[in-house]
Design a protein around this ligand. Structure first.
Ligand code: ARG
Length: 463
């Protein structure tokens, strides 16, 4: 079974190599190669520091730098011989470095362990991912704000329980998602600020006897400071879990918008149309136009939430400090970030592509007795009726209108007065959808003037 020779990086005390199954379960190079840039970035900073404090010579550091540069170029060019037997990205790069530059390569790992190295690489990778995703979230926000500006006054039904509730404007609806995404952005920024400490130099778990300068490497790598406790530095992945929560929450927001797009594009609603760019046809039903992109934005949310659950579950039973279990953090992190990258791009595309059907939206906005609250409010304002009584009178009028098959403005004044003699002609002014949304001027309300002002505010903020 175990016939290959002992591992050249840690195999000193091993007579034989691992069994094939051991190698298979152990190897992470198949996925952690994604962190090659971060690994090289960390090694460059580490080598520069080793030189600075006199642990390695200037010549060795120069050789390491040149060697890592060559390796980076090879990986970039797709001609780096990744080797499963070398387990992971850290050992693949280090082994090739030694192969390329000789002795000096073997000095790179002084005062460092794979435990702080991997903690560093994952942090750097997540930090880069946060920066990329934040830019993309901002792009989706800009797309939503542009639609909000355009449709600040386009009325549509607002829903609770997916039942027509009160008229709102399409722009207001778009801006609701802008608010949600802005919190996703700020959550990612918090996560970034908290994770921005360097684990490098914690070594295996206890720190090192070499006179390394952790402040120097922290600074070189753009961290605010080195982590204060070496055990914590190699044992903790809460930064990754927090990142995954941020991704999951953002995915949930995109998923809700996607769900709305699915509903809105259904011909029974007909609220928005998506072009061929974001829909597909059916292989059997020629009339179909399926909102697959929206469905997949919604569907892919499952795997992002899954990545969060996966990592929390991996970590929950681990004593301090490092265990190989933690190697399982990476695929979930990569997949969640890459999935969100894709779903954000698809969402930005759909938001820009969708054509709100304003006439249909306006007709729907008036249906379902959506101005009933306005009628009740009128009774309160004009007749000083207590709201509970006004609610009851309005309910009775709704029933009457429903029985006659008209909406509230289709009732005659006489019909209304039969129930409440003090009602005047003025009531009809509040029964239109336009009057209803125009009246919602409370801060954060859907009045078109509010929406236009808020859209302008966001536009300036995001410029
Ligand atoms: N591939 C490992 C990981 O992803 C690197 C750290 C290995 N450390 C160790 N002591 N075996 O976690």
């Amino acid at each position: 079974m175990s016939s290959s020779s002992a591992n050249q990086q840690w195999g000193g005390r091993f007579a034989e190599g691992p069994s094939a199954i051991m190698a298979a379960i152990n190897a992470s190079i198949g996925f952690d190669r994604k962190m090659w840039r971060q690994d090289i970035q960390g090694s460059l900073a580490h080598a520069a520091m080793l030189k600075h404090v006199g642990i390695i010579s200037a010549e060795d550091e120069a050789a390491i730098r040149a060697g890592l540069g060559k390796i980076a170029a090879r990986i970039e060019a797709g001609d780096f011989p990744f080797d499963d037997a070398l387990e992971d990205i850290h050992m693949n790069i280090e082994a090739r470095l030694t192969e390329t530059i000789g002795e000096a390569g073997k000095r790179l790992h002084t005062g460092r362990s794979r435990n702080d190295q991997v903690a560093l690489d994952v942090r750097l990778w997540v930090r880069d991912a946060i920066d990329g995703l934040s830019g993309q979230i901002t792009d989706v926000m800009r797309a939503l704000v542009a639609r909000a500006e355009e449709h600040a006054g386009s009325v549509m039904p607002g829903f609770t329980h997916l039942q027509p509730a009160q008229p709102v404007t399409f722009g207001h609806h778009m801006l609701a998602y802008v608010e949600m995404l802005s919190r996703d952005l700020s959550r990612l920024a918090d996560c970034r600020a908290r994770l921005n400490e360097s684990p490098l130099g914690a070594a295996a778990l206890a720190g090192t006897g070499f006179a390394i300068d952790r402040h120097m490497t922290a600074k070189a790598l753009g961290f605010d400071r080195p982590m204060r406790n070496s055990l914590d530095a190699v044992a903790s992945r809460d930064f990754a879990a927090e990142f995954l929560f941020c991704c999951a929450m953002c995915s949930v927001h995109l998923s809700r918008l996607a769900e709305e797009i699915v509903i809105w594009t259904n011909p029974y609603f007909g609220f928005v149309k998506l072009s061929d760019a974001f829909t597909t046809g059916s292989s059997i039903m020629p009339q179909k136009r399926n909102p697959d992109a929206a469905e997949l934005v919604r569907g892919k949310t499952g795997r992002v939430i899954g990545a969060l659950m996966g990592l929390m579950t991996v970590m929950k039973g681990l004593a301090l400090t490092y265990f190989k279990d933690m190697q399982e953090d990476k695929e979930g992190i990569f997949d969640a970030a890459e999935t969100l990258t894709l779903t954000l791009a698809a969402t930005a595309g759909m938001v820009r592509d969708m054509k709100p059907q304003t006439e249909r939206l306006a007709a729907a906005a008036g249906a379902g007795f959506s101005t009933a609250t306005d009628l009740a409010d009128w009774l309160v304002r004009s007749l000083k009726m207590p709201f509970r009584d006004a609610h009851h009178v309005t309910g009775t009028l709704v029933a009457k209108a429903e029985a006659r098959g008209v909406d509230l403005s289709g009732l005659t004044l006489a019909e209304m007065q039969a129930l409440e003699p003090r009602i005047t002609q003025g009531v009809f002014d509040v029964l239109t959808v336009e009057a209803s949304v125009r009246s919602r001027i409370s801060y954060g309300g859907t009045a078109p003037a509010n929406v236009a002002a808020m859209a302008a505010e966001w536009k300036a903020k995001l410029a």
